[in-house]
Design a protein around this ligand. Structure first.
Ligand SMILES: NC(=O)C1=CN([C@@H]2O[C@H](COP(=O)(O)OP(=O)(O)OC[C@H]3O[C@@H](n4cnc5c(N)ncnc54)[C@H](O)[C@@H]3O)[C@@H](O)[C@H]2O)C=CC1
Ligand SMILES: CC(=O)[C@](C)(O)C(=O)O
Ligand SMILES: [Mg+2]
Ligand SMILES: [Mg+2]
Length: 348
């Protein structure tokens, strides 16, 4: 394990050059990896494990949509596709990739199969960090760890197919066998992580919920709407408002930030833009800091977990989410976006 200096702070990082796929195969040679749940992370991790030639099986509710998806991906009932209980029974490392609410409802079934020496794996700290609300308290005698890919399961799969890897965090909650860390790192490499940085279950849960509600998803969608609405209100056309809010960001400016940092993107814009953006950056930071403080508090108090558990335990939770996404899709902003995307010049 190497230590890397991140802008002045030393952190533990494990790369796949250091912890190779061959080493992961050696560590996991006697293990059966049971991926429970086949939503978004389930397929990404299970298919990468299969392609990397690990001994992997899938557990899913029979005859659900996700079961059909698993069958379509080539998993075979009775061979490497089972119901949740049987997969947990056959697995030596139970990889719990059910939805965070689903993990609560199936916990008694999963727990009953967690016999001495097995390992319980998550891709989120949620269930354990909020166990006062989830009642997910792992039994003694097993290893408990997480590897949380910092991105969608869809990206984990596509980056794997492109020969790249997605970065993940990892954490050990319980080491009963003395091998928990080796098992965790091996699984992390096996699912296609490019490198892993160390965290704890609580830190992962708090930062992940803050990130997705904040800058990664919630804040970005909200700030897009705010600017787009102001431009539209002042008489700008939808195509102008969309280009100046979203298209230029995703197509031109964010790739520059991704490749070389914020100052590089600024340096490649006009001096007019740089002067104004440097001044306004601080105003946006100061205006939004109280919202982020409020968000973190809502996460740390367990309130966000409570909301998720309540909403996503309802029978029609998927239909409800679909309805809200449809509303987003059908808004003028994102309808304009659909047209703008079609106009993107392609290579010819
Ligand atoms: N979606 C993503 O790309 C990411 C997810 N994660 C974490 O990975 C885990 C899995 O997340 P997703 O793949 O998004 O889950 P998901 O919301 O797609 O659900 C996964 C599966 O759980 C099953 N399920 C839900 N409720 C159930 C119940 N009551 N009984 C039995 N099965 C039930 C569904 O059939 C589905 O196949 C979560 O801990 C999540 O926080 C972490 C990083 C990114
Ligand atoms: C993709 C990811 O890492 C998220 C946004 O945290 C999630 O899907 O929960
Ligand atoms: Mg995340
Ligand atoms: Mg998340």
């Amino acid at each position: 394990m190497g230590q890397i200096n991140f802008g002045g702070t030393l952190e533990n990082v494990v790369t796949r050059q250091e912890f190779t796929l061959d080493k992961a195969r050696e560590v996991l040679k006697d293990e059966v990896l049971a991926v429970i749940g086949y939503g978004v992370q389930g397929p990404g991790q299970a298919l990468n494990l299969r392609d990397n030639k690990f001994n992997v099986i899938v557990g899913q509710r029979k005859n659900s949509d996700s079961w059909q998806k698993a069958v379509a991906d080539g998993w075979e009932e009775g061979k490497n596709l089972f119901d949740i209980e049987e997969a947990c029974q056959r697995g030596t490392i139970v990889m719990n990739l059910l939805s965070d609410a689903g993990q609560i409802h199936t916990w008694d079934t999963v727990k009953a199969q967690l016999t001495k020496g097995k390992a319980l794996y998550f891709s989120h700290g949620f269930g354990v960090a909020f166990n006062q609300k989830t009642s997910i308290v792992p039994p003694a005698g097993i290893d408990v760890f997480l590897v949380a890919p910092k991105g969608s399961g869809t990206s984990l799969r596509t980056l794997f197919l492109e020969g790249c890897g997605l970065n993940s965090s990892y954490a050990i909650y319980q080491d009963a066998t003395g091998r928990a860390e080796q098992r965790a790192l091996a699984v992390g490499i096996a699912i296609g992580s490019g490198y892993m940085f160390e965290t704890t279950f609580q830190k992962e849960a708090y930062s992940d919920l803050t990130g997705e509600r904040g800058v990664l998803m919630g804040a970005i969608a909200g700030i897009f709407e705010a600017q787009y609405n102001v431009l539209r209100g002042k008489g700008h056309t939808p195509s102008e408002a969309f280009n100046e809010t979203v298209e230029e960001l995703t197509q031109s400016l964010m790739p520059l930030v991704a490749n070389n940092g914020m100052d590089w993107m600024y340096a490649n814009c006009s001096t007019t833009a740089q002067r104004g953006a440097l001044d306004w950056k601080d105003k946006f930071r100061d205006a939004t800091t109280p919202v982020f403080e409020n968000l973190y508090e809502s996460v740390a108090s367990g309130r966000e977990a409570e909301i998720v558990i309540e909403a996503n335990s309802k029978k029609d939770y998927r239909a409800k989410l679909e309805e809200e996404l449809k509303e987003l899709r059908e808004s003028e902003l994102w309808q304009a976006g659909a047209e703008v995307r079609k106009l993107r010049p392609s290579k010819s």
